[in-house]
Unconditional design. Structure first.
Length: 123
């Protein structure tokens, strides 16, 4: 458990890996991050393979406006071959789910990341 500051919706972040801990620390330090949350276990996306639980929701300010809302999947590696087959397939389903919901000027986006730089590159 990591005690966090004012950017998180929670006082503590329960992380499952060193990658998630490092990601939370990066979120806390970056001025462009307006608010973030480690998504709770009950936040589930239905897939043909069972439910999928993304890791993070992050609101980023860019160019003076709060522009993008991300659902972030943090992994130590972005290579599909490094993940279990079922886990990799669920992540692909989650990505397709958020792509299907991407309507309007500022849709939620699904991002796979090993660190915050991966997220910021998508802004």
């Amino acid at each position: 458990m990591l005690k966090v500051g004012e950017r998180s919706v929670y006082e503590h972040v329960v992380y499952q890996s060193d990658t998630e801990k490092s990601f939370a620390e990066q979120l806390e330090k970056n001025e462009a991050i307006k608010i973030y949350a480690k998504l709770p276990a009950w936040f589930k996306v239905p897939t043909p393979l069972g439910t999928y639980n993304p890791d993070w929701a992050v609101l980023v300010e860019k160019d003076g406006t709060e522009r993008l809302y991300f659902v972030v999947e943090t992994k130590s590696s972005l290579f599909t071959d490094d993940l279990r087959d079922r886990e990799s397939a669920k992540i692909k389903c989650g990505e397709a789910h958020f792509d299907a919901l991407a309507v309007g000027d500022n849709p939620a986006r699904f991002v796979k990341a090993t660190n915050l730089n991966d997220v910021m590159a998508k802004c």
